[in-house]
Design a protein around this ligand. Sequence first.
Ligand code: FES
Length: 85
Amino acid sequence: MQRAFIEEAAAQCGYCLNGMIIAIVGLLARNPDPGESDIREALRHHLCRCGTHMEILAAARRAVRYARADRESGPAPVDKTEVSP
Ligand code: FES
């Protein structure tokens, strides 16, 4: 989820992100393969005052693709070189 938001540059000030991310995580928990209308319905009560709704929708779509890929091939291995001591 975090990777999807970073890659889509979906964060401006970050004020709305907790709600956006929780809504998408909740959607994926209820429906592991949501479509566009499911994503829009899950996010429809969340407002982004910075106006990054299109980037947030793109991040949600990307998160759905990543979740699907994880289910099909298992989660990516943890890169231990990125862990600080
Ligand atoms: S990123 Fe600022 S309110 Fe959404």
